[in-house]
Design a protein around this ligand. Structure first.
Ligand code: CP
Ligand code: NVA
Length: 292
């Protein structure tokens, strides 16, 4: 059974299939989700992921059902495990955004059908697949990417590192604070294609295909990291060290003047709107792969 809790749940063929379906379905929607019911659970806020799944499911002729865990009998005495087992009696698959990745793992043991991680504290696989689609579309290739990541070592970076492992000869240069590195390194030590820096290095910026960042404080974070990460803010001065072809990417939502300035996110190198648009294209690819 197919699941997408992390990029490590799929292999390179799966990824290529997802990208292929994503492309095919931009030309012609099919009805691969006809008579399929998809449950959506969002324990945290979402604009892009929620809407792109809802619209994608509609376009492929499926039904989506918004589920609020608070409305279920789990709030009384029914167990979490039983709740997910029962849901699989009715639903064909589940899209689940959760505060705690462990909940996703437990849910996937009891929900007998596929589950897609719509973002957890650990990872954001749908974003990474979509961002790879955007890079492929923009640079017309699927290898040799030089990515610069500024700021926090978070869920979006983890899935990006996983997805970049499937491309040949790509690397990610992460610019972050040493304390963030110390507290996050365990999760990242398996990645051979990721380098870490605690000071900005202009020659690395100059080689970048894409400068990426994300909020310095994710939805799950309790510590405020804005101060210690402020020197990694992507501003015009920093972007002036990149080359003519470098693009700026951000999964959004962005906190202006925290991790990125208005001038950069709205500037000529920014492809954030394209990135957001591509979430829908990538979701259709993921949904079709899941059902095929
Ligand atoms: N990038 C992303 O996942 O956005 P949302 O939180 O709005 O879904
Ligand atoms: N890292 C951010 C991503 C939001 C799409 C968060 O988890 O809040």
């Amino acid at each position: 059974m197919k699941n997408l809790l992390n990029i490590s749940d799929i292999n390179s063929n799966d990824l290529m299939e997802i990208l292929k379906y994503a492309d095919l379905l931009t030309k012609n929607f099919d009805d691969c989700l006809k008579e399929k019911n998809v449950g959506l659970i969002f324990e945290k806020n979402s604009t892009r992921t929620r809407l792109s799944f809802q619209v994608g499911i509609n376009q492929l002729k499926g039904n989506f059902i918004d589920i609020k865990l608070d409305d279920l009998n789990m709030q009384r005495f029914e167990s979490y495990e039983d709740t997910f087992e029962i849901m699989s009696c009715y639903l064909d698959f589940l899209v689940f955004r959760t505060t705690d990745h462990k909940k996703l793992e437990i849910a996937s043991k009891f929900f007998k059908k596929p589950i897609i991680n719509a973002l957890s504290d650990l990872s954001h696989p749908c974003q990474a697949i979509s961002d790879l689609y955007t890079l492929k579309e923009h640079f017309c290739r699927l290898d040799n990417f030089n990515i610069v990541w500024m700021g926090d070592m978070n869920n979006v970076l983890l899935s990006l590192a996983e997805v970049m492992n499937f491309t040949n000869n790509s690397k990610i240069d992460v610019f972050t604070d040493e304390r963030i590195y110390e507290s996050s390194y365990q999760k990242f030590k398996i990645f051979k294609n990721v380098n870490y820096h605690f000071e900005i290095k202009d020659h690395i910026l100059n080689e970048a295909d894409s400068v990426m960042t994300d909020v310095f404080n994710s939805m799950n974070d309790t510590d405020n990291k804005e101060e210690i990460l402020s020197k990694f803010r992507v501003n015009e001065e920093l972007m002036s060290h990149t080359n003519d072809k470098t693009v700026f990417m951000h999964c959004l939502p962005a906190k202006i003047d925290s991790e990125v300035t208005h001038e950069v996110i709205k500037g000529p190198k920014s492809i954030v709107l394209k990135q957001a648009e591509n979430r829908l294209i990538a979701q259709r690819g993921i949904l079709k792969w899941l059902i095929t």
